[in-house]
Design a protein around this ligand. Structure first.
Ligand code: 1CP
Length: 354
């Protein structure tokens, strides 16, 4: 309204943005677009500001976080920003000895394999991540009406790093604990659910207008195991932030057989990787949820014509959805041509303008 403060007007404009409307399954002026890993090595301006700053250190500097988060919004005109951080940041913040090794990913010094190892985990407090609150304060001012997505790793995906000690293809130690010592496993996941809930609440209370729970590696699990040994902890996280009324996106890779369960865990929006077409994904998820996805990120290495043809397929499959947020089926690959991403945003916007 006319007598609203500038900050109030910005909040109203954010609430009415195409991205948040699509998450709420309301009509949109165009299909909103953002990209997982849109801030990162595909951008020369990112490589420049990250020079000489280790990854985890960059995640604790509010001005740097703000700049990196804004870069893809400025360059590509995406419909949402995603807070620059990493899923292991809250684990580092409670004192777990871990690092992000260039070209590898998160590496944990003392993997959690026994009940005694659980002592490495303590509760996260908002003060442990005060730089998050500060950075989001700076960011929401700079972003104006553009929504900011907060995020966290889901308990299973965090546990996969903590138990394996680093990236894995087989998750043999994590699964050995899950099958062999279900009580220890569920205690571990419950602790991680607590930490993750606090981390998401900090981001929402600081001004994030949506959150994404990344269960990137959940696709390694059969549905019955996911339902029994993983879903309860993810549901605790998603339920703990339900009262804020911000959309909750739930995403994993290779989760074609888990899509309905990932929705049932408490998501408002289910993220779909590129292996299941969105119309089929909607049948699997069932009514009452929006979907996010799902162009294969490697398509961006093909010609513009091929990118447009494959994007058209995604948009056609999404035509009957209750709500659609366009995204890739997984993160932007570091060697992607940033101009291809800019053209893709423009193409989705013009193709879906209503
Ligand atoms: O030095 C560097 O630049 C390291 C590369 C890097 C970056 C840019 C890592 C290491 N993390 C990040 C940032 C990051 N991590 C973001 C940025 C925000 C954006 O999207 O723009 C996000 C959302 C994440 C989340 C993340 N980290 C996930 C879930 C998303 C996904 O891709 O599935 C996972 C699994 C991680 C762990 C991680 N951190 C970094 C790497 C290389 C990995 C994956 C390692 C593996 O393969 O297991």
């Amino acid at each position: 309204s006319a007598n609203e403060s500038p900050a109030g007007q910005a909040r109203t404009a954010t609430y009415e943005s195409a991205f948040l409307k699509a998450c709420r399954r309301e009509p949109v002026p165009h299909t909103p677009v953002w990209f997982m890993r849109q801030a990162g090595r595909s951008l020369p301006e990112y490589r420049k500001v990250r020079e000489g700053v280790p990854m985890l250190e960059s995640c604790t500097r509010p001005e740097l976080i703000t700049e990196i988060t804004l870069q893809p919004v400025r360059r590509h005109g995406v419909d949402a920003a995603i807070y620059f951080s990493d899923i292991v940041v809250p684990l580092k913040a409670i004192g777990i000895d871990l690092d992000i090794k260039p070209g590898v990913g998160p590496v944990v010094a003392h993997p959690i394999r026994t009940r005694a190892d659980l002592a490495q985990l303590r509760d996260l407090t908002p003060e442990d991540v005060s730089y998050v609150t500060e950075a989001i304060g700076l960011l929401t001012r700079e972003l104006g009406p553009t929504p900011l997505i907060g995020f966290a790793g889901a308990p299973f995906t965090l546990a996969s790093y903590l138990v394996e000690g680093g990236p894995s293809r087989t998750y043999e130690n994590a699964k050995a604990m899950m099958y062999g010592d279900p009580e220890l496993w569920s205690d571990l996941l419950d602790r991680l659910a607590e930490i993750t809930s606090v981390f998401l609440k900090v981001q929402i209370e600081a001004g994030a207008s949506a959150v994404q729970l990344f269960d990137s590696w959940a696709g390694a699990l059969a549905p019955a195991d996911y339902r029994r040994s993983v879903l309860p902890a993810s549901a605790k996280v998603l339920d703990s932030v339900a009262g804020y009324g911000v959309p909750r996106i739930h995403f994993g890779v290779g989760t074609g057989e888990l899509l309905r369960l990932m929705g049932e865990a408490g998501a408002d929006v289910v993220g779909v990787d590129f292996r299941v077409p969105l119309d089929e994904a909607a049948r699997r998820v069932g009514p009452g949820k929006a979907l996010q996805g799902n162009l294969d990120p490697t398509v961006l290495f093909a010609s513009t014509e091929a990118v447009e043809a494959k994007t058209r397929e995604v948009l056609d499959a999404a035509a009957g959805l209750e709500g659609h947020v366009f995204n890739l089926g997984h993160g932007v690959m570091p060697s992607t041509d940033p101009d291809a991403l800019t053209r893709l945003v423009e193409y989705v916007h013009t193709q879906t303008a209503r």
